[in-house]
Design a protein around this ligand. Structure first.
Ligand code: HPA
Ligand code: ZN
Length: 324
């Protein structure tokens, strides 16, 4: 099964590029930029990656990305992940990135975009890997700030496939970002949002109703509402489920208790992604292998999940046909 999963050309729709920062590269960039880390060694950093919940993870995630300062740093971050993913048989990645997390630290949007776009172009030219760009907004920051960032990103709108919504979900309902998402829609940008990870099933309904999203990132808590499940099934809205992330952040106690089999039984359009592979124990292949072990899935299930991802990926039609 491992060989089959390695060979299967895999597509991931939910990946935070800042969450792909491996401790080894974090140390290298810290050295390059003269930054002191709160860890003495790579092993010490890895040992710190034990989380009680989403907020516990976010604290280390924002701390980790503090080593990213220059255009070259963002390029190295992305290329490091693209090369690793390609070795695991990944052929397309829709990549979230968090401009506000960098602006807050005084890193201009131009620096972030130049590094990430250069890596995307190079990956597409040399690695046979296509990359989609999702500009994500931090839901625990003010909505007005997010709107300002989207307006200031005008030179880059043409490079964006979508906007997204991430960070601390509880008490930050989709409603808070209705104006931002309306503006994105006006600009012709596709919308996606994290919902139903730590937040309730109602946030999924709100994201559909008020933000007009095309995808739900995570969405696992939809099972708490029959009406939300029904809507997701009827519209075949894709859920980008991240199994190892859900275990790490204690959304579920262990993988065997994960609702993935139930989501499939409900005929929902499920896909598998890695979310923040450097923090949650591995990339897309590791997530696939873990699911095979936990659920005893056969090849046909993995082919189906991957087909779902290809159908929803931010690629042009010729690339989609190539992937199918
Ligand atoms: N959830 C919300 N925000 C995030 C995540 C996540 O899993 N990863 C990075 N930002
Ligand atoms: Zn995520």
């Amino acid at each position: 099964m491992h060989d089959f999963l390695l060979q299967l050309p895999k597509v991931e729709l939910h990946l935070h590029i800042e969450g792909s920062l491996e401790p080894e590269l974090m140390f290298e960039l810290a050295k390059r930029n003269g930054i002191e880390l709160p860890y003495a060694t790579v092993d010490e950093a890895k040992a710190a990656y034990e989380f009680d919940d989403l907020q516990g993870f976010l604290n280390l995630y924002f701390q980790g990305m503090n080593v990213l300062r220059t255009e070259q740093d963002f390029y190295d971050l992305a290329m490091d992940y693209f090369q690793r993913a390609r070795r695991e048989g990944v052929v397309h990645i829709d990549m979230h990135f968090d401009p506000q997390a960098h602006l807050q630290r005084g890193i201009p949007l131009e620096v972030v975009m130049a590094g990430l776009l250069r890596a995307k172009q190079e990956a597409e030219a040399t690695l046979d890997l296509s990359v989609g760009m999702i500009m994500a907004f931090l839901r625990d920051r003010p909505a007005e700030e997010a709107l300002g960032v989207l307006e200031n990103a005008a030179p880059y709108w043409k490079f964006l496939d979508a906007i997204g919504l991430d960070s601390a979900e509880r008490d930050n309902p989709p409603l808070k970002f209705q104006a931002l998402f309306a503006r994105a829609k006006e600009l012709g940008l596709v919308r996606v949002a994290h919902a139903g990870e730590e937040g309730p099933a109602e946030y999924i309904a709100e994201a559909l109703d008020l933000l007009d999203v095309q995808r739900i990132d995570h969405g696992v808590r939809c099972l708490e509402s029959d009406s939300v499940v029904k809507r997701l099934r009827e519209r075949q809205i894709v859920l980008t489920v991240c199994p190892l992330s859900n275990v790490s952040l204690k959304v579920v106690d262990n993988l065997r208790d994960h609702p993935l089999p139930q989501l499939l039984k409900e005929n929902l359009k499920v896909t598998i992604s890695s979310d923040d592979p450097a923090y949650f124990g591995g990339g897309l292949l590791t997530n696939h292998v873990a699911c095979a072990e936990a659920f005893g899935w056969d090849m046909e299930i993995f082919r189906m999940l991957n087909r779902n991802a290809i159908e929803e990926a931010f690629v042009d039609e010729s690339r989609r046909q190539e992937l199918l």
